[in-house]
Design a binder for this molecule. Sequence first.
Ligand SMILES: *[C@@H]1O[C@H](CO)[C@@H](O)[C@H](O)[C@H]1NC(C)=O
Ligand SMILES: *[C@@H]1O[C@H](CO)[C@@H](O)[C@H](O)[C@H]1NC(C)=O
Ligand SMILES: [Zn+2]
Length: 453
Amino acid sequence: MTSFQMSAKEDMVEKFLDAAARGDLTQVSSLLSLVPSLINQTGYSGWTALMLAARNGHLHVAEKLVSLGCDKSSVNSSSQTALDIAKFWGHRHIAGLLSQSEGSCRRILPGGDLSLQENYFGRETLDRLSGRRTDEVWLETKQKDLATVYLLFSNLSPMVSTPQEDSEGGDIKLCRFRYEAVKDLLQKPSTVLIFLGMEKMKSSSSSSSQTEEPPVWFAISTDEDAAELLRRCRENTCLFPKTPNRDLLKLSEEEAGVVAQARSVLAWHSRYSFCSTCGSSTHLEEAGYKRSCLNPECRSQRGVHNTCYPRVDPVVIMLVIHPDGNQCLLGRKKVFPAGMFSCLAGFVEPGEAIEEAVRREVEEESGVKVGPVQYVSCQPWPMPSNLMIGCLAVAVTTDIKVDEKEIEEARWFPRQQVIDSLFRGASPAFFVPPRQTIAHQLIKHWVGMNSNL
Ligand SMILES: *[C@@H]1O[C@H](CO)[C@@H](O)[C@H](O)[C@H]1NC(C)=O
Ligand SMILES: *[C@@H]1O[C@H](CO)[C@@H](O)[C@H](O)[C@H]1NC(C)=O
Ligand SMILES: [Zn+2]
């Protein structure tokens, strides 16, 4: 190496460590994608990026570094690990993250890949504090708190602000309102108010902030005219997205997690305003997480009934692997954009196990019989309230016979073709759904595995 190259490298390390110390996730990520080997580099007194993030309480940076496989066990020159540092400075969340030592978990759950796969819409940005949902005094105080954040929904779409130019990914933001700006809406009987939770401690390095609770968030759904609502926004770039299953994929991971929760609960309220047992009116309780029938004679008043609580609909989504291990089965629906293929999927039926739902759906849609099924990860999909259960499955037959009511075409794709379309090679034969979907992540997961299951 020339000395010029040497110092360029040192500059890069310094820049990287500095970004970690400041909690600049964007810069940490982009430097790592340029130079992955930066991740374990040390600077002054043997401090790694993880230690610096731990020192300053930057949970997101620490999570990123851990997810990319940084060395958690290295020590600074006085033999302190990042975990020691996090504990020393009182950053509980980071200490929690770092003490989930894979070693001891692996003894309890052997065999599995324990590196957690997080999917879009799945990030738990807020602490739901479900215990507070019945604490009306606390909730009322929080509603009026100056730091409280309100999100406005119209027709199940959150108000967002958009950038001037149309660009890709992570580029719309939720509009956040304060109590003063929405208190008139809170008075209206038709308004639905949902308590979403409290921001998780991002605890900055100063200890003084620890006495104050972080802000809580609420979602408001109102039937007021959308154009009127938009006037409450100071910027003129605000709107309610018209095609949620496309537009909501442009939020940041943090905000997507909040929207997943809010939209699914609000969708339930919009569909279940009458008791499904006796048809009487219902009213909202527990800060938006329960609807009770107003008819005192109703059967739903006795015992616990799932009709009173927000629903979640389980869907299996699976990547079926050819018995030769080197091809996978993808299908397309008529409504897909031209050229797009994806994993097969379908609702779990009552009384059905996940594995059985996978086998039934694959056979119904493609005629292929499936043997072993393995769970990989899941994704809340708020369109309106699905839980996508992502699995890999191994085919035991290979002949395809498509059910044309459900899908238009299904094919076995060789691994190399799949890799080309995933990473947008020169001329991919087809394309897969965007990275925000669990289908994309399942395909990527398979591509990253050995060719033999
Ligand atoms: C960083 O250290 C960990 C733990 O020793 C190791 O598994 C990983 O491969 C290292 N990464 C790089 C890019 O050197
Ligand atoms: C190592 O980390 C600990 C905990 O933050 C700190 O007290 C100590 O001074 C560090 N050692 C060096 C040489 O920086
Ligand atoms: Zn009833």
